[in-house]
Design a protein around this ligand. Sequence first.
Ligand code: S3P
Length: 458
Amino acid sequence: MSGHDGADPQARGCEALLAVIGNPVLQSRSPLMFRAAFAALGIQGNYVRLAAESAQQALATAVSAGITGMNVTAPFKEEMARIVDEIEPCARRVGAVNTVRVCEGRTEGHNTDVEGVTQALVRHGVPLCGGEAVVLGTGGAARAVVAAIVGQGAQVTVVGRNVGKAALWAPQLGAAVAPLEDQSLRAILPRCVLLVGCTTAIGRLVPRDALRPELAVLEAQYAKETALAADARSVGCRVIDGRDWLVYQALAAFRLMTGRDGPEDGMRQAVYGVAAGDLGPTKRSILLVGFMGSGKSTVARELQAITGMRLADLDEQVEQRAGMPVARIFETAGESGFRQMERDALEGLTQQAAAGCIVSCGGGVVLAEENRAWLRANGVVVWLWADPTTTSERVGDGQQRPMLHGSDREVRVRTLLRERRARYAEVSDLMIATEGTSPKRIAERIVDEIHRTYDHLR
Ligand code: S3P
């Protein structure tokens, strides 16, 4: 594995862009931790939540968007382990990757969950040597936990719905396998010192009467309180919050991605400082941003079809106000005149946005700080990403797009994208990879992400 040089985009003269991928991903608090670390260390960087259909699509997007590091969450950790160009020995043994570095188009997979979970248990003084433990779940996170606690001398049983899936990897890591049945849990758990929940289920999987106060319970899920955490607390178990694990795996990932040590306390405060699902009562709208040709108008119409929400197209608002098409505004008032009208038009949508609507924004809306503040305050901001080559093809001869007049179109697209990328990243709650995904599917994914994370937008 190469050293850290080359992984730091700042060293190469551009602003770092990192991401977390998963499905769902909007609930992830990784951006809060990484942004806090950037601010504390004075690093010019951004961190986004990237919604992709597969680990493969996420990697392609990372390469085309200049994302140099990714945190990987469910359900992509195992697929990622199979497709990265290089894999570090611990991640290979675990069979799951939760951290990817992208250097010069090559991808390298790591697993910092192993270190993260170990540190979280150490912090809470859970003694494992010789003790028994149950790991609930059969995915990539469960694999890392098993590797970590078997490594500390625990006797581990992996319990899951899909016993066949667990049987493929658990024995190799030194763990036994049992089916997710009340009976087997009642038989195993009384002997255990630790139970780790690594599923995405919120509902009850473990019968409450199988829990005893002597048991320590680590629940990986932190976005919503699970039945396991609630039951464990009511029985008097020591419950270790998944956010502790999150912080320690992030510290290790931050080191890999930037070559620097992140501020542990600052990152912990960032992740504990927000209430579950808290977007604030003002975020009622879905605001689409992204470069020209990224599919904003088409996706906005699909979103309208699914949600029935009102739709406003910012360019159309500007045109209505000015009584002429965008290209003509550029001719008569120049770009600065257009930008002023765009700011006014956005401001004019404030009431509508407070009531809840979809806004398809012009590609340059993120250039003005006032607009960025407006976007952040008024809705869930979704950044549609398309590859520069696809973008150039979609915008055709660029006649209707004054920003593309003049020199070679693809070069112009690449230049503008480079200039704007950080501004899109800065405002977005969610970045969506659009390559090879239909507009309908993209809209469905946006709605699904929002519904799973923010109940008030239902
Ligand atoms: C612009 C994008 C256009 C339009 C204007 C300026 C830009 O909107 O607002 O031509 O600066 O990127 P679309 O992104 O909807 O094409």
